[in-house]
Design a protein around this ligand. Structure first.
Ligand code: ADP
Ligand code: MP5
Length: 274
């Protein structure tokens, strides 16, 4: 926890709003707070969404997104930032412009394209936008398995294919690649971290739960907050993975909505460990 008497470090999320509160901006702000960062936000899209799926998407205008990021970055000293749902190439290019000018330090790019429910959050044509415009400025890119398949253009069914995909994605320019393994089968949920030379994996027992809405957003936001708090990358990914696992565990017994429910972002089910 961040000591309450000191000014907290600032983190910025650039992502979509989830009316159900489990993913997107809402998950990010909760994960920022739980990991000791003061959260700011720039909203790319307003989704009408619940635990069962996405019912409507309203994209913000490029001007609005520009103004939101400018408002935050011209006033706050942002120490860590992340992108989630960007929704269109035009909005991605706005973010890339800020990144190119060095305004989004230690940028975590979570290339959100398809929701857990299967609903499309960004058109597939955005893949080339990530490769060309945003990944060159990413500190860490954090795709899940389907997103890593789109970015690397290889099929991923096991860990060695995850490693191969990480190497291919690294060529687009991010400093680090972190592939989340939640979508593969198995007793463990294994993520792959590639630093450009070495590969390591972060493994946890797979938690049997339907409540996995927002796991990816939560991980990338926790990572951005850990970075904002000054953690070196190796420690930041470990802390973010542990936090996400605890949040999934805590929410596993919750009954919020009838679909894929949200996580326990404030670790209410683990008061002793918080
Ligand atoms: N059932 C689960 N048990 C434990 N960890 C999980 C589970 N599902 C996902 N995770 C972890 O949550 C994080 C997000 O992964 P993933 O679900 O693949 O992302 P996304 O939400 O982007 O699809 C990863 O660290 C992954 O290993
Ligand atoms: C606004 C928004 N952003 C991101 C996600 C992805 O989260 P998940 O993969 O858990 O559905 C989502 N469903 N909605």
């Amino acid at each position: 926890m961040y000591p309450g008497t000191r000014t907290p470090p600032v983190a910025l999320t650039i992502a979509g709003s989830d009316s159900g509160g489990g993913a997107g901006i809402q998950a990010d702000l909760k994960a920022f707070a739980a990991n000791g960062a003061y959260g700011t936000s720039a909203i790319t899209a307003v989704t009408a969404q619940n635990t069962k799926g996405v019912l409507a998407i309203d994209l913000m205008s490029p001007l609005s997104l520009y103004a939101q990021i400018d408002a935050v970055t011209s006033d706050f000293f942002v120490r860590g930032s992340k992108t989630g749902m960007l929704g269109s190439i035009e909005l991605l290019e706005i973010v890339a412009d800020f990144a190119r000018r060095g305004t989004l330090p230690k940028l975590i790019v979570d290339p959100v394209m398809i929701a857990t429910s299967g609903d499309i959050l960004s058109p597939q044509s955005i893949v080339s936008g990530y490769r060309e415009f945003l990944l060159p400025y990413a500190y860490v890119v954090t795709p899940n398995i389907p997103e890593a398949e789109l970015l690397s253009e290889i099929e991923i069914t096991n860990q060695s294919e995850m490693v191969r995909a990480a190497q291919l994605i690294h060529r687009f320019g991010p400093k680090y690649v972190y592939i989340k393994g939640g979508h593969l089968e198995g007793d463990e949920s294994i993520d792959i971290f590639f630093d450009g030379q070495n590969v390591s994996n972060l493994r946890t027992n797979r938690i049997a739960t339907p409540n996995t809405h927002g796991t990816g957003c939560t991980f990338s936001a926790a990572l951005a907050a850990q970075i904002a708090c000054g953690q070196p990358i190796d420690q930041a990914i470990r802390n973010a993975k542990i936090y996400t696992t605890k949040a999934i565990m805590g929410g596993s017994s919750w009954a919020l909505g009838s679909g894929a429910g949200p996580l326990d972002h404030f670790l209410w089910s683990h008061p002793d460990q918080f």
